[in-house]
Design a protein around this ligand. Structure first.
Ligand code: KG4
Ligand code: ZN
Length: 341
């Protein structure tokens, strides 16, 4: 069975074909970074328009390069939410129209479930049960996963998502959008112990909070700027490194608490921020000490992409819509999903 996956929930146009028993046959990704960089963040209307311009030609080119025809496809999966409603509508409309034309099923996919399932595309897929840490631009979630498709949210952020905190702090440091990778690169040259930033709610519950950390960075910046309002290069690097260390510590602390609370010995980390090298290394060390196995998708499958949608669509093939319908759900909790069979 060959499934075409279409991702258009935010600022990446992603397409891919997954074949059961074989793997990924083709993929293509276009990032709208340049389009939004001048505004310092994603402009939803521009995102939708660019998805419209790019999506159909990308599918044609990808199929051509992989020597595939539209008629080879057996189903089409698309991101139905959560995400920007206009952007979701573009992917949903194209998927639905194409599926109707080809007479094949269409499968709506939950974007965050797709992030989590991306770990199953790797050579050493995690066994069940596991704790999932989902860290992206819009979400920071800890999910207890006993069976695939049913997720119990045991922790979430009370304010900013961790990716959003990376992006906001990057902006405070005048780094270009998207901030996360730029901040991580700057942090590599700094001292992570130079500033003592808070690790909010470290010893309390499983929920996260990142807005206090962002405020602490803003205050540190105000204090360390010289009379011309400029920042020494080394101070800037140290602030970036110290922020990253605090954010990573907070994530790791809550993962350990979640593992202890549930007695589970497996952790799956996914979503854009899971591409962060410090998070990956430090979590590996913390988990090794506790004999916990930690799984990540490869970095290219951590940030938004079409491959995870094609694969999640295949996993969800039994939930294909009998009548192809455009579903676009800007808000959609993982709690609402039902087990796969
Ligand atoms: O999953 P994703 O690509 O899109 C959403 O579903 O939101 O995640 C994007 C988020 C952004 O906030 C971005 O700054 C962050 O992931 N990010 C990173 C890194 N790469 C992407 N944050 C920290 N370090 C990175 N290397
Ligand atoms: Zn995402």
């Amino acid at each position: 069975m060959k499934v075409l996956g279409i991702e258009t929930s935010c600022d990446e146009t992603g397409v891919a074909v997954y074949e059961s028993g074989v793997g990924l046959l083709a993929e293509a990704l276009f990032s709208q970074t340049e389009l939004h960089a001048q505004f310092g963040g994603v402009v939803p209307e521009l995102a939708s328009r660019d998805h419209i311009a790019k999506l159909a030609p990308m599918i044609c080119d990808m199929l051509f390069e992989a020597d595939l025809q539209l008629t080879d496809l057996n189903a089409i999966a698309y991101t139905a939410g959560p995400g920007l409603v206009g952007a979701l509508m573009v992917g949903g409309s194209l998927a639905t129209g194409l599926a109707l034309g080809l007479g094949i099923p269409v499968i709506p996919v939950h974007h965050m479930e797709a992030h989590l399932l991306a770990a199953l595309l790797e050579d050493d897929p995690p066994e069940l049960p596991f704790i999932g840490l989902l860290v992206s631009g819009g979400h920071t979630l800890l999910v207890e996963t006993q069976v695939l498709g049913q997720y119990r949210i045991i922790g979430e952020t009370l304010d900013d998502a961790v990716g959003e905190a990376f992006d906001k702090v990057a902006r405070l440091l005048s780094l270009p959008y998207p901030g996360g990778p730029a901040l991580a690169a700057l942090a590599e040259r700094g001292d992570p112990t130079a500033f003592k930033f808070p690790r909010p709610m470290r010893n309390k519950g499983l929920d996260f909070s990142f807005s206090g950390l962002k405020t602490a960075v803003r205050l540190a910046l105000e204090k360390t700027k010289n009379s011309d309002g400029e920042l020494e290069a080394s101070v800037r690097e140290n602030i970036a490194a110290s922020f990253q260390a605090a954010a990573v510590d907070s994530l790791i602390g809550k993962c350990i608490r979640a593992l202890d609370a549930t007695g589970l010995k497996r952790l799956v980390v996914a979503g854009g921020v899971s591409a962060n090298q410090r998070l990956r290394t430090q979590l590996r060390t913390a988990c090794a000490k506790r004999e916990v196995c930690v799984h990540y998708p490869r970095p290219a499958l951590c940030t938004d992409n079409g491959a995870m949608i094609a694969f999640a669509g295949w996993c969800r093939r039994e939930q294909a819509l009998s009548v192809p319908t455009i579903i676009a759900r800007p808000r959609w909790s993982l709690n609402e999903l039902t087990p796969m069979h």
